[in-house]
Design a protein around this ligand. Structure first.
Ligand code: SF4
Length: 312
């Protein structure tokens, strides 16, 4: 863990949050304090490295023309994608693989581009160094990361979780941001799709890729938290109300690979109310400087357990 603030210093409560920060508070106020107020960071892991590579591949799969969106072409992105994540500082003449070059062009991961934004450059280089340390070149860990993502791609095509040759996304990694009273919420939607039903009649879909298994029905509601926030932001910012929110699980079967939820007025209003209540609770904790712990099963995966008052 890295302390980005001098010991004992606290950050003022930010008024701009992402759904994942809000989700931290829902999970446990103390966790929110550690990450957002005290500035503690969580380390990269093999799982986060695999997740980043997986998202990169699924984002750029749609760079191919429809007819070329084949399993072979999708899998051809995996190894160059990993190279791009672990070596973002390669110079132009060090990149000979045409797919890696195309990925770098499409994602702006060239050192000259990154240098224009020193914060982005330093976080990208830091992440790359972490990934290289976790999975050195030729190591078992590196082979596993690449192989697991290739398998996810293979399953996604074999089970026809989606028919990627039959549509083009409206947008990928779409930034949305809106103001809810004194809170700014923002985030990135993995994929935004628009379906034209007839002239002037359309439906919008927000899709989010997940590396894990589909949730049990009793936990599905919780999995939609971030998507519901995106849905609200999309309507607030652009006047677009999505028809459905879709969680996409490439590791699943055709019947369970898409878990979706229909959006209606009640859902949008509930989400708004939920977020504003959460925000009031966050402000109350900040004012009192009391961030209670919330013990639950997920504590076993919490990076801060060894310093958490609930466990010490
Ligand atoms: S270990 Fe559990 S209670 Fe403690 S900060 Fe983490 S999530 Fe909260």
């Amino acid at each position: 863990m890295t302390d980005v603030l001098p010991p004992g210093e606290r950050r003022p409560l930010p008024t701009r949050l992402s759904p994942s920060r809000a989700s931290d508070f829902k999970r446990c106020p103390k966790l929110f304090e550690y990450k957002t107020i005290l500035g503690f960071t969580t380390p990269n892991t093999i799982a986060t490295a695999r997740g980043t590579l997986f998202h990169l591949v699924f984002e750029h799969l749609f760079d191919f023309d429809r007819v070329d969106r084949t399993v072979e072409n999708a899998q051809s992105l995996v190894r160059p994608g990993w190279e791009l994540l672990v070596r973002p500082d390669k110079a132009d003449d060090e990149v000979s693989d045409p797919i890696e070059r195309r990925l770098r062009d499409a994602s702006g991961l060239w050192i000259e581009v990154l240098e224009a934004d020193p914060r982005e450059l330093s976080s990208t280089l830091e992440r790359a160094a972490d990934y290289r340390a976790l999975a050195p070149m030729g190591s078992k860990a590196e082979v596993e990361i690449v192989t697991q993502v290739e398998k996810l791609v293979a399953n996604y095509f074999a089970k026809e979780i989606e028919r990627v040759q039959s549509f083009d996304p409206h947008g990928r990694e779409v930034h949305v941001q809106a103001q809810l009273e004194d809170l700014t919420l923002h985030g990135f939607i993995d994929r935004l799709d628009r379906q034209e039903l007839s002239p002037g009649e359309e439906r919008w879909f927000i899709s989010d890729y997940k590396t894990g298994k589909p949730p049990q029905p009793q936990y599905a509601r919780e999995s939609f938290f971030g998507m519901r926030v995106y849905s609200l932001l999309l309507e607030e910012e652009r006047g677009i109300r999505p028809y459905k929110l879709r969680l996409v699980y490439p590791s699943a079967d055709r019947s369970s690979g898409i878990v979706d939820e229909v959006v209606d007025e009640a859902l949008q209003q509930n989400t708004r109310g939920h977020i504003l209540t959460l925000w009031d609770d966050i402000k109350a904790c900040d004012e009192s400087e009391r961030w209670p712990t919330k013990k639950a099963r997920l504590c076993n995966w919490c990076h801060f357990q060894n310093q958490c008052p609930a466990f010490t």
